[in-house]
Ligand binder design. Structure first.
Ligand code: ZN
Length: 302
């Protein structure tokens, strides 16, 4: 099973910023222009998906639709070929329950302009205790968010931090809420399941055939888990959201540098990197050809 999967080209996702503070790495891109430039550089280094958390100028996470629009506009103007994934639920609940700070997925986020619409949206499929905080995702919220994502013509990436969250996703498939092919992100070493290689193997062995998955190790586990994911036929993710170091004791100079190192790993393991078109086909976004995207966004770039 693994050898067959390994023939798939590898999709590198770059999570350019998350909520990472510049105190941890001064190269975290904050403004829409900085984020778009970082994505362009990451794309040229081999990234095919950009995972984006819009930030305000002071570095805080943005919850304003206008800011989402600005960021999407800058990305699509600079780098029309990259697959754009937004996060809408990065806000955790620290003191009590604060749902108001999550961004609602509405066409307002892309200014009712479909040429700016993101391709993917992260969907967490369970509640999680993470570094002393609660990420609350009730079954009803997950279902509603999944329906909103499909209704908007977007595909969910299923973010899983614990094995039971994968079962939650399978339940939603049985209920007809989630549609195949599924696209999982397995997050290890970030406060949910640990970055033990056996844990990644267990995730992968539990998948139905034809499921796409990305292996993500947080922090110092980023490249070790990526190596295993590349070897097992999965996809990989890096970026300043996930790790601020390029190697032990050395801070990453940019997202592009992290992606370049990931691309080198693919080469070492004999995995080809997906072309922009292959990445779209693999993730079920093939109705938009890259040449059409270039045409559609040519106007924006001018
Ligand atoms: Zn994120």
């Amino acid at each position: 099973m693994f050898s067959k999967l390994k023939s798939n080209p590898c999709i590198i996702t770059c999570a350019i910023a998350g909520t990472t503070s510049r105190r941890l790495n001064p190269n975290v891109p904050i403004t829409p222009q900085e984020q778009a430039r970082a994505i362009e550089e990451a794309f040229h280094a081999g990234a095919r998906v950009a995972h984006v958390h819009p930030r305000e100028d002071d570095g805080s996470e943005s919850h304003r639709p206008e800011r989402y629009q600005e960021v999407l506009y800058e990305i699509k103007s600079r780098c029309p070929e990259i697959i754009v994934e937004i996060s809408t639920r990065a806000t955790s609940i620290e003191d009590g329950i604060d749902r108001g700070s999550c961004v609602e997925l509405t066409p307002q986020l892309w200014g009712n302009d479909d040429s700016l619409k993101p391709d993917l949206v992260s969907l967490n499929t369970g509640t999680l205790n993470l570094r002393g905080r609660i990420f609350l995702n009730s079954p009803l919220d997950i279902e509603l968010q999944a329906r909103r994502i499909y209704n908007a013509g977007i595909i969910p990436e299923l973010d899983v931090f614990e094995i039971g969250q994968m079962e939650n996703a399978f339940d939603l498939v049985r209920q007809g809420v989630l549609r195949k092919p599924l696209n999982f992100l397995f997050v290890l070493g970030s406060g949910g399941i640990s970055a033990d290689p056996a844990n990644l193997l267990h995730f992968v062995r539990s998948l139905p055939p034809g499921t796409h998955w990305t292996g993500l190790g947080a922090g110092r586990y980023n490249f070790p888990i990526a190596s295993l994911a590349i070897h097992l036929g999965g996809h990989v993710r890096t970026g300043l959201e996930d790790t601020t170091y390029i190697r032990k004791g050395i801070k990453a100079k940019s997202n592009g540098q992290l992606v370049e190192q990931m691309a080198n790993l693919c080469e070492i393991y004999g995995r080809s990197i997906a072309t922009p078109q292959q990445a779209r086909e693999l993730l079920g976004l093939s109705s938009q050809t890259v040449s059409n995207l270039n045409l559609a966004y040519a106007e924006l770039s001018n």
